[in-house]
Design a protein. Structure first.
Lengths: 392, 136
């Protein structure tokens, strides 16, 4: 999955470099006046998309109608965070009915699967002899794999709830219809990358990822008195809110952290063993947890109020899943370059860095002087890009 | 390639700052997670020792062209009275203040020895000198 997922609308860019400065993983630089996002470094957190003052960064979205006609049976999967937008079960049920009327045969709420995976994480933490890290956030998992590989062995290998839900639906319908289309409604950018389309994760059981914000206006217009019976699971709802993550009964302490930069602080501390007395570290890239996903129409503050209210009305039935169904498989990419070669590059970068002012002003189009020095060593940039040096 | 950092005595506010820098440098160099973990833990223990036990000193990271890492921790006193005792797991002479901060579990030197490929320590009233080498 190294294809660029974010696209860039050139017309509105004023080269303010704001996206480059706020990117938490230094994945952005400006090259010949064009914003370049390094697909290897990017973790799809969406901070640049939300932060661009001109709305210049976006994610490719495929019109729903174009794809629906190619299937005989269409299923929409709805995440628990979706319900943060509603003050009552009735309103949520009306919205599910409205979504169905957009062209789906079935709308599936999988909070029972989210709940089962949440409880499984807590069970595994209780028997583990080290700090466990749990995240159903693709951005955070990518962040750990790319920048905190030391903590990879602490990461619970639980599958994403939407993926488990998609596999279940497919298994149930297989053979009944020739062409089954499974759509995952996404609360954030990162989860878009989990599906087959639009970003080509062929291993997924999900055919299409659809941003909730993309279908919300159309569904809202369709919304009427007709209501879908909603049977939510309490644990599933809770697992979408960082403030409620400690909700389940447990013997060891749980820390839930939200926001990419806060998560980075927690991971830095964990790398030194400073969180070893904690049982479980639950991480969310979005503010407030998944209820802070940018594709939801509500904000995370009111979303949390809604989720608390709905949790009292929700049931306690979680999905019965086997260990195999719950386990995901993640592998750490290994860099095969030999250490002497890496040291040689490091020395070359340092030599170039000596010539740079080290103000990290970013005016060259790279997030800091070291990044520019790296690009110069790789032959992708020249010393002339440094504007401070020119003045001397 | 050698970088040295100064660590002040009783500077609890900056505890961990030097070892964070060392960890960051090793990541920039491209070391694998296991190696970084070994050096990061050892540098953190060294840094804390300098703060809570010493009168101040330096922590130096040296990496040669082959990628062999040396950590050198040198202070200006007061020295460790009984090295054999200090190397025993759980033995600690940390002050009440250090313990209030959660330090002083008596595992510092033990962890440093366990994490390094070679570990040398010499101590007198003039200061303590530790040299740790890390390779695969």
């Amino acid at each position: 999955m190294t294809e660029p997922r974010l696209t860039y609308t050139l017309e509105s860019c004023t080269h303010c470099l704001h996206c480059m400065k706020i990117c938490p993983v230094e994945a952005i630089h400006l090259e010949d006046g064009i914003v370049k996002i390094d697909p290897v470094q990017c973790i799809d957190c969406g901070i640049c998309v939300a932060g661009c003052p001109k709305g210049g960064l976006t994610v490719e979205k495929i019109p729903l109608e174009k794809t629906l006609s190619s299937y005989d049976y269409k299923v929409a999967l709805v995440p628990g965070s979706f319900f943060a937008q509603f003050a009552s079960l009735e309103e949520a049920g009306q919205m599910l009915k409205a979504i169905q009327s957009l062209g789906f045969d079935e709308v599936v709420d999988y909070s029972d699967i989210e709940g089962a995976l949440y409880l499984e994480g807590i069970c595994r933490m209780e028997v583990a002899d080290q700090l466990c890290i749990t995240s159903f956030c693709p951005s955070i998992n990518a962040l750990i794999e790319k920048n905190y590989p030391m903590l990879f062995e602490h990461l619970l290998d639980l599958e994403y709830p939407c993926e488990v839900a998609a596999r279940q639906v497919r298994a149930r319908l297989e053979g009944k219809y020739p062409r089954i289309g499974i759509y995952s409604l996404c609360d954030c950018l990162a989860k878009m990358a989990l599906a087959k389309a639009p970003f080509g994760n062929q291993a997924s059981a999900i055919d299409h990822a659809v941003a909730i914000s993309q279908i919300f206006p159309a569904a809202n217009r369709q919304k009427g008195k007709a209501c879908f019976p909603v049977t939510l699971n309490r644990e599933g709802l809770m697992s979408n809110v960082s403030d409620f993550y400690h909700y389940a009964k447990k013997k060891k302490p749980i820390i839930a952290v939200d926001g990419v930069n806060h998560c980075i602080q927690a991971l830095e501390a964990a790398e030194f063993g400073a969180l070893d007395k904690i049982g479980l570290l639950a991480l969310f890239a979005c503010q407030g947890g998944c209820i802070g996903g940018s594709y939801l129409w509500s904000n995370p503050f009111i979303g949390e109020v809604h989720m608390e209210k709905l949790s009292y009305l929700a049931g306690k039935h979680v999905a019965a899943l086997s260990q195999t169904e719950m386990s995901g498989h993640r592998e750490l990419a290994m860099d095969k370059t030999s250490m002497p070669l890496k040291m040689q590059r490091y020395r070359s970068v340092n030599e170039v860095l000596e010539k740079l002012p080290r103000f990290d002003c970013g005016a060259c189009g790279y997030p800091n002087c070291r990044a520019l020095a790296g690009a110069i060593v790789d032959g992708k940039a020249g010393l002339h890009l440094c504007r401070v040096r020119k003045e001397e | 390639m050698k970088i040295c950092y100064e660590v002040q005595k009783d500077d609890y506010d900056s505890a961990g700052r030097v070892s964070s820098q060392i960890k960051k440098t090793l990541k920039q160099m491209g070391f694998g997670p296991q190696m970084i973990k070994r050096v990061a833990v050892s540098s953190y223990e060294s840094e804390i020792n300098l703060i809570i036990h010493s009168l101040g000193g330096t922590l130096c990271l040296e990496v040669d062209d082959e990628g062999i890492i040396t950590l050198a921790c040198d202070d200006v006193g007061p020295g460790i009275p009984n090295l054999d005792l200090a190397m025993q797991p759980g033995y600690s002479t940390a002050s009440k203040k250090a313990r209030e901060f959660g330090f002083g579990a008596g595992m510092g030197l033990v962890n440093m020895k366990r994490m390094s490929s070679a570990f040398d320590i010499a101590s007198s009233g003039e200061g303590t000198h530790i040299r740790m080498v890390f390779h695969d």
